[in-house]
Write a protein that binds this ligand. Sequence first.
Ligand SMILES: C[S@@+](CC[C@H](N)C(=O)[O-])C[C@H]1O[C@@H](n2cnc3c(N)ncnc32)[C@H](O)[C@@H]1O
Length: 204
Amino acid sequence: MSGVPPGALLAPTLIHRFTSIIEPLDWAQLFASAQPVEMEIGSGDGGFLSRHASAQPSRNFVGVERLLGRLRKLDRRARRAGLQNVRPLRIEAEYLLRYLVPHQSLHAVHIYFPDPWPKARHAKHRLVKAGFPELLHRVLAPSGVVYLRTDHLEYALQMREVFDASPQFAAVETPAALVALTTEFETAFNAQGKPTQRAAYQRR
Ligand SMILES: C[S@@+](CC[C@H](N)C(=O)[O-])C[C@H]1O[C@@H](n2cnc3c(N)ncnc32)[C@H](O)[C@@H]1O
């Protein structure tokens, strides 16, 4: 996948236009090549996903983000790099996973620095909570992996608690090449000397 020469016109937007929010997505309609699909939930400004997708041209990548400004940054990064294996999706992640992602169709899910909802009365809004492993188990392909990172210690414990309690997942190591690909929030936390946590779980 070669980069776009300076001054060349950018390709049209890669942001997916939903024609239905009822019918499940068909990855074959979103991507030019039929290859394993990975998803990043809360892809933010897209720094991680665009670099990961550049390094893995034999995989397809979906970036899920509810903020349009951030999603557009991922779109621009992917188009500038000439990537054809990236599709940004503007949608709420839990709805997407519950209703629109075909079962057993994802080879990896990346969830990096999801909103921590630090106040106790708001903790119910966290994405990774009781019931989430079951939701992910439905959409992950056999042996698919979920990769998690957070700066919030209590949320890290909650993530580990719910996945450790699930008979549907087993803890695995995050490959070093993936650890080296940091996100924008992670880079900012690292610069401030704030410790961050990571975990990964493989679907049984
Ligand atoms: C703290 S930021 C982290 C962004 C990026 N992963 C990083 O590490 O730089 C969390 C992102 O997740 C998005 N987000 C939070 N909850 C979401 C949801 N339920 N569905 C889609 N996006 C969500 C937010 O808009 C935000 O951009």
